[in-house]
Design a protein around this ligand. Structure first.
Ligand SMILES: C[S@@+](CC[C@H](N)C(=O)[O-])C[C@H]1O[C@@H](n2cnc3c(N)ncnc32)[C@H](O)[C@@H]1O
Length: 400
């Protein structure tokens, strides 16, 4: 998949009152930022600029910006209606490929799932993730927002919009990655029925605790919180859930902002109070492998651990698997947890290099069993297709 990325926050130039402009410098790259989109056919982009009441403030008439093979960045000047002064410009800017279906600025999760994509459609050739950004009184927010819409084939009231802030600029940290986006879409789809949520998440009725490792912007944990929140409202489960995001401290600020956004969405799903607690705490695997956990990680036994795109750096695999095993060991010591209880892990990866296979040897050596839950092909525009592999790991054995 490719991503429209803002290389800097859009800037308003209102010096010419007859023709104020918003200038946008963008690029279209892969999640890792290691290659630019090189399409066979030019890709037209739609840019919308709407005020808080949803009215467009763009001066129509200019041709759409176009991305062609060989480009590394695109500098777009969007004319807005005359006589806007800086203080008047409070708006949402959305940038979206013209070929993808609306709503603008939103990627539908179903477009990432091959079983719901029509053969020959644009989605089947490779997606480009749209982006949006807020501008208040002519000043752009320091973060971009990605919106993933789950269950986009159902009634609007049943759809879930996952809004995730990420960094603006060339940094590859603190943004969305393919494995997370595809797995979030898969979980949203698989957990839309009562049977699906129990079979996929191996959920318990008497409270359910989910921990995300290397959460980055928090895509998997936040998706699960919203999916469980919706399941409670639909009567698919009555289980209360805790979802804890963890990462290195540099990820904390973005994760906490995204938790605030998700909490607003959860209270919208269930105005009577959400059944899901969403939290963040730092957890460095180099400490986790020794069983050194913070207060929130230590507070409860974890039924399900989730992680996406955390296994590409082979050097950190021993610490990561050590942390999984230490979480399982801590669970067994927790009062009331039966001897031989299992820990389940959903691990998603987009294989990038054969060295990543070391994961499986390390898992086996530490008594983890693994099975592939789903391998989801991911078409890539102008390049070879990729795939996201989702594994279910388990450790522990129930005594009969
Ligand atoms: C490629 S990102 C994936 C982020 C997120 N899971 C997603 O799919 O969007 C890898 C994440 O692992 C985290 N990470 C790397 N080494 C870590 C360590 N030693 N302890 C904890 N987190 C670590 C990084 O901070 C980063 O957020």
């Amino acid at each position: 998949m490719h991503y429209i990325r803002l290389l800097r926050g859009p800037k308003l130039d209102a010096s010419n009152l007859k023709r104020p402009l918003i200038s946008i410098l963008l690029t279209i790259t892969t999640d890792l930022g290691d290659s630019f989109l090189y399409p066979d056919e030019p890709v037209d982009l739609i840019i919308s600029v709407e005020n808080p009441t949803g009215q467009s403030i763009i001066l129509d008439g200019d041709p759409p910006p176009r991305w062609t093979a060989g480009m590394r960045c695109l500098d777009v000047k969007v004319p807005i209606k005359p006589h806007f002064k800086k203080d008047d410009v409070t708006c949402t800017i959305r940038i979206h490929p013209a070929t993808q279906t609306p709503p603008l600025g939103v990627l539908k999760g179903s477009d990432m799932l091959p079983w719901s994509v029509a053969r020959g459609s644009f989605a089947s050739k490779g997606l480009i993730m749209p982006v949006s950004v807020e501008m208040a009184k002519g000043i752009c927010a320091p973060v971009a927002v990605r919106t993933l819409q789950l269950d986009s084939r159902s009634q609007p009231q049943d759809q879930i919009d996952i809004d995730l802030e990420e960094d603006i600029g060339e940094s590859i940290a603190r943004h969305i990655w393919d494995a997370g986006a595809v797995t979030a879409s898969f979980l949203g789809d698989a957990c839309s029925t009562k049977e699906g949520i129990y079979d996929t998440l191996l959920m318990r009725e008497d409270g359910f605790n989910v921990l995300e490792l290397g959460s980055g912007v928090g895509i998997l944990g936040i998706t699960l919180a919203q999916v469980i929140g919706r399941a409670v409202v639909r009567g698919h489960t009555s289980s209360k859930a805790t979802v804890l995001l963890t990462d290195l401290s540099e990820a904390e600020e973005r994760a906490r902002s995204n938790i605030l956004r998700a909490e607003a969405a959860l209270s919208h799903i269930n105005p009577n109070g959400s059944a899901v607690a969403l939290q963040y705490e730092d957890l460095d695997w180099d400490e986790g492998k020794h069983g050194k956990f913070g207060t929130l990680v230590s507070a409860r036994p974890w039924d399900l651990v989730v992680l996406s795109d955390c296994t590409y750096n082979v050097d950190s695999l021993p610490a990561l698997i050590g942390t999984l095993s230490a979480l399982h060991a801590a669970k067994l010591k927790y009062p009331g947890v039966e001897e031989g209880a299992k820990t389940f892990v959903i691990l998603a990866t987009k294989p990038r290099h054969s060295s990543e296979q070391a994961l499986f040897g390390l898992l086996t050596a530490d008594d983890w069993q693994y099975n592939i839950l789903k391998s989801i092909p991911l078409p890539k525009l102008g390049e070879e297709d990729e795939a996201v592999d989702i594994y279910l790991l388990e450790k522990g054995k129930k005594m009969s």
